[in-house]
Design a protein around this ligand. Structure first.
Ligand SMILES: Cc1cc2nc3c(=O)[nH]c(=O)nc-3n(C[C@H](O)[C@H](O)[C@H](O)COP(=O)(O)O)c2cc1C
Ligand SMILES: C=C(O[C@@H]1CC(C(=O)O)=C[C@@H](OP(=O)(O)O)[C@H]1O)C(=O)O
Length: 406
């Protein structure tokens, strides 16, 4: 079992994440964790903070000489602006804020959080509701990614939609595409659509508006047998949906052909099962199921789409609200904000998928050390007389979303 807990406010001194359940002997460096954080800062349309935020990391515990010890791994991510700007407003010492935020933003957690906790300053809510917290999740996800990579799992994401602009998908990207995805300003594989997305973001930014969109997350090399059909809370698809939906501003998640499959007839909605007697291996020619059947991974690539709403903070505030101090009508307050965060959300989605898969993989294969974990996985693969990644390796090229899409 892999567990993790994040702490920290957006403009507080630091974020902290503790990950428990990693086996001993996993190679971990601050550079590796920092590289994942740098990917999360990417994306045309991100706000000014991402340009100066350094994501300064300290590996506090659980790692010695670049290897995990089997004890909880704790990581601190410092806030670059703390000393310069936030020591008073965010001070943990007794005192009062210099300015209370009393015009809650529709679409953010402000009002519901103020009412729930009895706060009269929206900052008491927004500091933790802010997606700054996802930096801590990405660090946890980087550790999870490193662990599942030991058994051949690779996870990537790409942007499918920003605002009204959408890519036509004919195949799912493979790990070899990741460099190209990350070098795109909007993490989109299609260069023509990339330019349309950038134009869409420019046009929204010009009028002080914000955008949403969607990403596709793909897991290659996921072995058969993660998750379970037995209990509702062990089903892999329900765990993935919960984990992905927990990302700030995510409003929908689909697995495989998802919503589209509901329109099809049963005769045309399921992936055929084939058996190659020469290799002794099963295969699935399509991936409508998104690599999960009955809550269990089936060895095909894992595919999920994740949709994000347009961000609630606008550079030209037009959303109607009420001043909670006077109860008079008002326009919601303006904070420094992103215009769009879909490309960054994709990196967070990868982390959440990695954490779910690592949790289920440690449940199935166990082991106190990485060597034991890998040995147990190899034993399972040998029992099935195949490595699932070999069985399904070429599917990402030949099959795809094109079949599942309109
Ligand atoms: C990577 C990322 C960056 C975000 N940046 C902003 C932002 O700059 N401004 C904003 O209003 N919301 C932003 N959000 C979304 C809010 O955090 C989110 O809408 C808010 O916490 C309310 O939660 P809910 O939308 O899930 O109900 C971002 C979300 C993510 C995943
Ligand atoms: C800080 C991050 O995202 C933030 C998420 C966010 C929100 O409301 O969720 C609002 C903005 O915060 P700030 O007002 O400090 O610029 C984003 O920059 C980050 O992703 O690291």
């Amino acid at each position: 079992m892999l567990r993790y807990l994040t702490a920290g406010e957006s403009h507080g001194q630091s974020l902290v994440v503790i990950v428990e359940g990693l086996p001993a002997g996993l190679s971990v460096t601050t550079e590796q964790l920092g590289a994942e954080l740098a990917r999360r800062r990417l994306g045309y349309g991100r706000g000014p903070r991402m340009r100066f935020e350094a994501d300064d990391l300290v590996l506090l515990s659980g790692v010695r000489h670049g290897r995990t010890l089997g004890s909880p791994v704790a990581v601190e991510i410092k806030n670059s602006e703390w000393a310069r700007k936030w020591t008073e407003e965010m001070s943990p010492a007794p005192g009062l804020p210099t300015k209370k935020l009393t015009k809650p933003r529709p679409g953010h957690a402000d009002l519901a959080g103020m009412l729930k906790y009895g706060f009269d300053d929206a900052r008491d809510v927004l500091e933790r509701a802010s997606a700054r917290e996802t930096a801590a999740r990405v660090v946890a996800g980087a550790l999870a990614k490193a662990l599942v990579a030991e058994i051949g799992i690779q996870i990537l994401s790409h942007v499918v939609q920003i605002g009204e602009v959408k890519t036509e998908r004919t195949s799912i990207p493979s790990p070899g595409d990741l460099e190209r995805i990350d070098s795109s300003e909007v993490r989109c594989l299609d260069e023509r659509v990339e330019q349309l997305m950038i134009a869409e973001i420019k046009s929204a930014a010009k009028v002080g508006d914000s955008l949403g969109g969607s990403v596709e997350v793909v897991g290659h090399g996921v072995p058969v047998g993660l998750g379970s059909h037995v209990h509702w809370d062990r089903k892999l698809d329900s765990q993935l949906a919960g984990a992905l939906m927990s990302i700030q501003a995510v409003k929908a998640v689909s697995i495989g052909a998802g919503i589209e499959v509901a329109r099809r007839r049963g005769s045309d909605a399921h992936d055929a099962i084939k058996f190659d007697s020469e290799s002794g291996q099963y295969s699935r020619p399509t991936w409508l199921s998104g690599g999960i059947e009955g809550g269990i991974s089936n060895g095909a690539p894992l595919v999920a789409e994740v949709w994000m709403k347009p961000l609630a903070t606008l550079n030209r505030p037009v959303l109607e609200t009420v001043d909670t101090a006077t109860k008079e009508p008002a326009l919601s307050f303006k904070e420094r904000t992103d215009v769009v965060a879909v490309p960054a959300m994709g990196v967070v989605a990868e982390a959440m998928v990695a954490l779910v898969l690592a949790n289920e993989a440690t449940r199935k294969f166990g082991g106190d050390s990485v060597a034991e974990f890998v040995r147990n996985w190899e034993g399972f693969c040998n029992h099935l007389s195949a490595t699932p990644s070999a069985v399904f390796a070429d599917q990402s090229e030949s099959l795809g979303a094109g079949e599942a899409d309109d």
